[in-house]
Design a protein around this ligand. Sequence first.
Ligand code: C2E
Ligand code: MG
Ligand code: MG
Ligand code: MG
Length: 286
Amino acid sequence: TAGRREGVPVRCFDAALAQRSARQLLLHGQLRHALQRGEVTVHYQPQVDCSSGRVVALEALVRWQHPHLGLLLPGAFLDVAERSSLITPLTETVIGLVAADVAGWCAAGRDLVVAVNLSARVLDAHLLDVLEGHLARHGVPARALELEVTETAALADERTSSALLRELRRRGHPVAIDDFGTGHAGLTYLRTVPASTLKIDRAFITGLDADPRKQAVAHQVSALAHRLGMDVVAEGVETARDWAAVRAAGCDRAQGYWLGRPVPAADLPTVLAAAEARTRTHTPAG
Ligand code: C2E
Ligand code: MG
Ligand code: MG
Ligand code: MG
């Protein structure tokens, strides 16, 4: 009605939006070359085993070392990649870098599972070929490469994605549902999703010790995930108290700034040692 329409603000020109689009347009133009020039890299964040306190896995997080803008986080360019076909070569770049790094660590005697994030758009048969090619080239077993898909991505086209996730599992890859709790996944989804790992979103983890309702959710979600045969990862462990609380809630692995920030591969020895020193200090013996 006319009355309703009056309530809608007239937007002639949204400067912030226009600026954002201009920047995105610019980045889109540069991303293809950035991929070719090797400006797209990955940082790694440790995941700690809640009972041993040892680093058992890493999450690979894409970064763009931009020649003028500095180090860009995915929030600045992932949208651009996802809305164009560049998400496919970007994902391939990440998988190639990770496979090479995993092979190096394996040769050095450190067995680490590395998790790679996947957008809904790349969940197709081509991805299977890409994974197989890179793993074979570097002699890395499928079980060393975990794949993370958000609840929202997995739900977007549920039948296609669950067939693909099932095939990844069949090939030996661990599969994680990322940011669990932020989307609209229901219990049917949880019962049928072919995942081996559930990552509880940091909205339920950060500040866990001070919030009985978050504790109730974290505790029950991990109990349910365990009964469904999944491992549980807590994201967003930012304090020693979060670390104690996620262990009390029954999570298997923990990840967050308190345990270690994402860093380039070269800095991992320092970050891993620091994470393990922390968990040693803050875990009661026995
Ligand atoms: P995500 O997969 O949920 O990754 C965790 C994000 O939370 C990372 O942000 C990480 O730096 C941040 N984080 C880790 N610990 C903490 C903490 O204790 N507190 C807080 N506040 N944040 C923490 P980042 O690196 O900016 O990545 C953002 C998102 O971009 C990722 O969220 C993932 O969805 C996406 N992404 C990252 N790399 C890739 C990639 O290679 N491919 C695709 N398709 N998506 C990616
Ligand atoms: Mg993730
Ligand atoms: Mg996440
Ligand atoms: Mg997240």
